[in-house]
Design a protein around this ligand. Sequence first.
Ligand code: F6P
Length: 333
Amino acid sequence: MKKIAVITSGGDAPGMNACIRAIVLTAYQHGMEVIGFRHGFRGIVEDLNQPLHPNDMRLVSQRGGTILLSSRYPEFKQVSAAKAAAQVLDAHGIGALVVIGGDGSFRGAHHLNQHWYGQVIGVPGTIDNDLAGTDTTIGFTTAVDTAMEAIDRIRETAEAMARVFVIEVMGRHAGFIGLHAAIAGSAEGMLVPELEPQPKLAEIADNIKRARSAFPDSSYIVVVSENLWPGGVSQLAKELTQATGTTCHAAPLGHIQRGGRPNAQDRILSMQLGQAAVHAIIDGASGHMIGVEQGHVVEVPIHLTFERDKPLDLRLVNLQRGLQQLNFASKVG
Ligand code: F6P
C-alpha cells in the first residue's frame, strides 16, 4: 500500500481542512494510507507525525484554521533541512507528499522535490491569491467575504458620523484582497500595489476634499493593501488628516481576515483540489501544483507558480475605477 503524507504550511487559510478531508477520503478510496505532519515542513523534519483516518474527517470541513497546524519555517531553505525531511519521509515509507500552502511553501516543496525521490504535489492554500497558474486559491474568497463584512460594518458607523476611513486589508505584497474587497464594499478609493506602488498623498487627499465639499454628510472609505503605505494605515490616516483638514480614521483589519469558517466556494474548491491532488499522485505527477483555471483543474509546474507574477484581473480593476468615478460624479453632479 502506498502511503501519502500531507502538510499545511505558512499562513493558514479557510478551506485547508476541507482539502485535508478530500485527500484522506480519496486516498483511502484508492487503498492508500495518509499521514499528516503537524506544523508544516518543521513537522516533517521533527517527525511530528499524525495518522489521518477517514473517521477523523467527519467534522473538519466546516472549521477554519488547520487541524494539522502550520508554521513559517525559513530554515527549510537549507539543503540539510530538505535532506532531513527526505529521511523522515523515507523512514515512514511515504511515497508522495501533498503541500497545502502559498508561495513560501511552494518554494519549500520545489526544494524538497530536488532532494527526495518521492512525489511532491502542491495545492494552493493562501488567502492572498498570489500564486500564478490558478485563478483562485483556497481561503481567498472567504477572506474577501470577511473583509467585505468588516467594511460594511465600518460603513454603517462611518455613514452615521459622516467620517472618512482608511481600511487596511491583507495580501502581503499582492492586491487581490484589496481589489475584490474594494468592489464588494463599494469603496470610494482603493490603493493596491500592482496599480500604485507609491501612491501620492496629495492625490488621495484631493479626492477626499472634493468628495467632502460636494457631499459633507457622507462617509468615505479607502481600501488600502497592507505593506503599501510606510507606517501602515494609522500613519496614512494621520497624514491625510493634516492634508485634508478632516479627521481620517484608520482601521487595519488584520488577522480576522485569516480566521473563520470557509465559505461554500472555498469548501468546494478545497475538496476539488484535494481529490485532484490524489489523482495526480496516482498518475505519477511530481513537482506540480494542482490549480483551477476557468473551472477546470490544471497541473502547473510548481516553480512557475512563484516565479511568474500573477496580474490583477483588468476587467475588475476597470470596474472599480469606473464605479469610483461615477460614485464621485453623482456626488458632485
Ligand atoms: O500569507 C497570508 C498572510 O495572512 C498575509 O496576507 C500576511 O501578510 C501574512 O500572512 C501575515 O503573516 P503572519 O501571520 O505570519 O504575521
